[in-house]
Design a protein around this ligand. Structure first.
Ligand SMILES: Nc1nc2c(ncn2[C@@H]2O[C@H](COP(=O)(O)OP(=O)(O)OP(=O)(O)O)[C@@H](O)[C@H]2O)c(=O)[nH]1
Ligand SMILES: [Mg+2]
Length: 195
């Protein structure tokens, strides 16, 4: 993404329990498409062991993290809390955290209250967003806001270092999807496979 003639490149990780809508959010943002079917990004039910071993490789050097839960699934919100703890512990306060309550079109089945989620986000220095990949709600705002925050953070960083190095990015709309092995370990036990 460019600002004042400058191009920045950031690493953002997308984390969350299986079936919360991670793929759907990216698909909506990048291609403006939505698929009703759940085709899990992960075709195995890797447990905590494997996920914990690979997690740090996946989120190492990240500038931002999008932590997704499903508003109808209380357990997926607890998983987000675990991720926040781990990311803060491993990466400190440098990383821009976005907590995303997805599937707000299913408001009637909501199991995570807005107050609780927003209050929690504030308490850990994260920002909370409400989205629906299905209805294309809140997604532009999420990505735009995250980019702004990461840019501000990078600029503050540059000022404090007193230099102006930058990187180039050729990714479409600033989103580059890296589908590598560690990523598949982030959604261990998708809802459709392990219940
Ligand atoms: N109603 C509703 N359904 C959604 C929304 N976003 C995703 N879904 C559905 O939820 C299911 C899972 O979506 P995915 O995007 O595949 O979820 P995921 O987090 O990538 O799942 P894994 O790759 O298994 O970790 C699919 O059936 C989607 O159609 C939404 O905003 N509203
Ligand atoms: Mg997926």
């Amino acid at each position: 993404m460019a600002a004042g003639g400058k191009t920045y490149s950031f690493k953002v990780v997308l984390l969350g329990e299986g079936c919360v809508g991670k793929t759907s959010l990216v698909l909506r943002y990048c291609e403006n498409k939505f698929n009703d079917k759940h085709i899990t990004t992960l075709q195995d039910t890797a447990g905590q062991e494997r996920f914990h071993a690979l997690g740090p490789i996946y989120y190492r050097d990240s500038n931002g993290a999008i932590l997704v839960y499903d508003v109808t699934d209380e357990d997926s919100f607890q998983k987000v809390k675990n991720w926040v703890k781990e990311l803060r512990k491993m990466l400190g306060n440098e990383i821009c955290l976005c907590i995303v309550g997805n599937k707000i079109d299913l408001e009637k089945e909501r199991h995570v209250s807005v107050e609780e989620a927003e209050g929690y986000a504030e308490s850990v220095g994260a920002k909370h967003y409400h989205t629906s990949a299905k209805l294309n709600k809140g997604i532009e705002e999420l990505f735009l806001d995250l980019c702004k925050r990461m840019m501000e953070s990078a600029q503050a960083d540059e000022r404090s270092r007193g230099n102006g190095t930058s990187h180039t990015s050729t990714a479409r709309r600033g989103v580059q999807i890296v589908d590598d092995e560690p990523q598949t370990a982030t959604s261990a036990g998708g809802c459709c496979s392990s219940g």
